[in-house]
Write a protein that binds this ligand. Structure first.
Ligand SMILES: C[S@@+](CC[C@H](N)C(=O)[O-])C[C@H]1O[C@@H](n2cnc3c(N)ncnc32)[C@H](O)[C@@H]1O
Length: 354
């Protein structure tokens, strides 16, 4: 993962974007103008990449899937790109879910590092729009320099302009961005790192990519805080007979193409353990109620949509199921717990790290 770094000290917010509803609305308007007919299926009407946010339907302009930047090498065969709107929608639930119990052992490890003029150097891998830094930087004392890595340059732009403002004790936080793929992360790229972080990343990686991440952290002797990996379990208020079927189909969808999905945290714990790291796991569930109805709605559409993509024979029943769940959500009657896990790996220090 190496590309020229851009250092910024801006602080601000993720630029306003049309929300999922606005975009769905504009697509609908375009359909009306062009005289095309909307699908009657609730599942198909608002497609969502699970974990990546809403996407347009077949033949629609890729407003949110962000494939039309014109950059060389982009297009068919490219991995899904994450909609900043989706990352923004989930940011408050992510912040509320991450485990605070892992911060204390992390602080102790960081406090034992040799003092450095520039303070802590934190590498956030798969940073998206930078929500991990906005959450963690204000929990850590002292000056910090965050290096935000992602393979998507568009998201790196958002991350740079909405960088964390200051540390817990008011010390300054600076940010640089680095474009690259986790598969190519090496200990050299992490030389001098105090900490590696990632959030909502492990479950969209393969075993090899998680192995590369663990090897790079272990080689650099730095701890890793890897939050919000899906656990493959959800609880919905008023259980429904289809809950389990959808869960299993969704989990199978997550494992497509060798991605780890709900196996991610176990695989990561093993990979770090093999390098001699001490690993701690803590639950970090999203707890969604009426106050998070917008997120719950999009999550439901993505969850059921992926299940149907995996098992098309579920489509008719799943459509009725989704319609019912969306009505409960709109009425403020639905509560959902989406289980995640956070992982702290304390790698053995190497010369000069601690
Ligand atoms: C679910 S998003 C999470 C973003 C951010 N960490 C957050 O919590 O909002 C996953 C991010 O990982 C990035 N990503 C996925 N696979 C990657 C890879 N192999 N190398 C680098 N970045 C990757 C995506 O571009 C996306 O920004």
């Amino acid at each position: 993962m190496s590309e020229p770094a851009t250092t910024t000290r801006h602080s601000g917010t993720v630029p306003a974007q049309p929300g999922p509803r606005d975009v769905a609305g504009s697509v609908t308007d375009r359909h009306r103008q062009e005289g095309t007919v909307e699908s009657e299926s609730t599942v198909a009407r608002h497609p969502v990449i699970p974990g990546a946010g809403p996407v347009p339907g077949p033949g629609e302009r890729a407003t949110l899937r962000l494939r039309d930047s014109g950059e060389p090498g982009e297009g068919a065969g490219e991995p899904p790109r994450y909609a900043p709107e989706w990352l923004r929608l989930r940011e408050p639930a992510d912040a509320a879910a991450r485990s605070h119990d892992l911060i204390d052992p992390l602080r102790i490890r960081l406090a034992n590092l040799p003092r450095r003029a520039g303070g802590l150097v934190v590498h956030d891998i798969g940073c998206g729009t930078g929500s991990m830094g906005r959450w963690l930087a204000p929990h850590l004392d002292g000056a910090q320099h965050w290096i935000l890595h992602d393979r998507d340059p568009y998201l790196l732009h958002f991350a740079a302009v909405a960088s964390p403002r200051s540390a817990a004790d008011g010390s300054r936080v600076t940010v640089a961005t680095r474009r690259g793929d986790v598969a190519r992360l090496t200990p050299d790229a992490l030389a001098g790192a105090s900490l590696v972080t990632a959030s909502a990343l492990l479950d969209v990686l393969t075993r090899e990519e998680v192995g590369a991440l663990a090897a790079a952290c272990a080689g650099a002797g730095c701890p890793a805080l890897l939050t919000l990996s899906v656990a493959g379990r959800v609880e919905l208020s008023a259980p429904h007979p289809m809950d389990q079927e959808i869960t299993e189909a969704f989990n199978a969808h997550q494992r497509r193409g060798g991605l780890l999905g709900p196996d991610a945290v176990t695989v990561a714990a093993e990979a770090f353990g093999e390098h001699g790291a001490t690993v701690r796991l803590n639950p970090s569930p999203w707890r969604l109620g009426p106050e998070q109805a917008g997120l719950t709605e999009q999550w439901l559409r993505g969850w059921v949509g992926a299940a149907v993509e995996e098992r098309p024979e579920l489509a008719e029943r799943a459509d009725r199921y989704l319609t019912g769940r969306l009505a409960e959500c709109a009425a403020g009657e639905l509560r959902v717990v989406v289980h995640h896990s956070d992982l702290l790996a304390l790698c053995r220090p190497v010369d000069g790290t601690a």
